[in-house]
Design a protein. Structure first.
Length: 365
């Protein structure tokens, strides 16, 4: 493959990212069609997962697709779902070559798209920008392989690792630039998740603001007993923006009915040691179609996710304040006695957002 191939695949990956948080349960795919070194068509998966990237690019290209190279960020689908197979559309358009970094692990595809293209005489090349594609599609691939969505944990901390003062005041540890970055991260996920304590303390809206009209993420509140204020922002807006409440079997039937009446969806989850077990909870969210979940705390929920090795990526925003030992810790008790047992992450990025820092860490595998 050539430097031009890498350039056009990078463009396709960038297009695919436009759909992140918008396409679940489908993957956010990008496609670029190139003929004689000129881009003749492009597309990315649209909100709700349809139309797919390839038919959009083909429609833009028209007759120019004949003999072109298609750069597609995931193996073209080969099964009939709500739309015809994208592999068939590429064949019918007369595309001469398909470059795609990774194979789809959906058993309905899983190599079938590549095989169909090759049988039609189309050159298929794989592996280019595979690491980036694997990360971009990690949520979709994880849901197919493990049954759960990719989970990103966000912590907004003081310099000494606190999320609030002793009285619970937390607005604002970080500044406007960092908060805008958080909204961008929300926008790139299917759902935003918080614990009951965060709902009670902060009354968050958990919506994406400042990025124009778009499909809002599902707002997930984790509350064993559904001890959530019925006049909270989540409750008042549940009919406009989806709210899912993950609760335990011991929750009051009256509260279940009340939240259902407000427009929320109730997700019954098993308990472990008197708390919601996050492993089957995440499986439940995967079964409902979510591929990428953005958790914003609080400390106890963050701890339960870390203990159960469910945090795939960690975003730490640090503000230039010190709150002292009496402040509330960003992560609850983990019960770790040996350093070797501590959840470990590798640093992949650091940037400055005005007076704050933003660190990105990924799980050590």
């Amino acid at each position: 493959m050539t430097p031009d191939d890498r350039h056009f695949m990078s463009l396709a990956l960038a297009l695919g990212r436009r759909g992140m948080g918008q396409t679940w349960p489908n993957p956010a795919v990008g496609c670029v069609l190139v003929r004689d070194g000129v881009i003749v068509g492009r597309g990315w998966t649209q909100p709700g997962g349809r139309p797919h990237a390839e038919p959009q690019a083909l429609q833009m290209a028209g007759e120019a697709a004949k003999g072109a190279t298609a750069y597609v960020t995931l193996e073209p689908c080969s099964h009939f779902g709500k739309t015809p197979p994208c592999a068939d559309a590429l064949i019918a358009a007369g595309v001469a070559r398909v470059v795609s970094p990774i194979q789809d692990n959906d058993p309905r595809v899983s190599g079938g798209g590549f095989a169909r293209l090759r049988e039609a005489g189309i050159t298929v090349e794989t592996g280019l920008c595979a690491d980036q594609a694997l990360h971009d599609h990690a949520g979709f691939l994880m849901r197919e392989a493990q049954g759960r969505p990719w989970l990103t944990l966000k912590l907004a901390l003081s310099l000494d690792g606190r999320i609030a003062t002793a009285t619970g005041q937390s607005q604002w540890i970080t500044g406007p630039a960092a908060r805008r970055k958080v909204h961008a991260l929300r926008a790139a996920h299917d759902a935003v998740m918080v614990g009951a304590g965060t709902v009670r303390a902060d009354d968050p809206a958990l919506t994406v603001r400042g990025f124009g009209t778009r499909r809002q993420p599902v707002r997930v509140a984790v509350s064993r007993l559904i001890d959530l204020p019925l006049m909270s922002q989540l409750a008042r807006t549940a009919k406009e923006v989806p709210v899912w409440v993950c609760h335990g079997a011991g929750a009051s039937g009256d509260l279940v009915k009340a939240w259902a009446g407000l427009g929320a969806e109730l997700v019954d989850c098993p308990l472990s040691a008197g708390r919601i077990d996050p492993v089957p909870m995440m499986q439940n969210l995967g079964q409902k179609g979510l591929t990428r979940v953005f958790c914003e705390g609080g400390g106890q929920l963050a701890a339960s996710l870390l203990i159960n090795d469910l945090v795939d990526e960690l975003h730490v925003f640090s503000g230039g304040v010190m709150l002292g030992a009496e402040g509330l810790p960003g992560v609850g008790a983990l019960g770790i006695e040996r350093l070797i047992d501590a959840p470990s992450f590798k640093l992949v990025d650091v940037c400055v957002e005005e007076n704050d820092t933003h660190q990105v860490w990924r799980r050590v595998t």
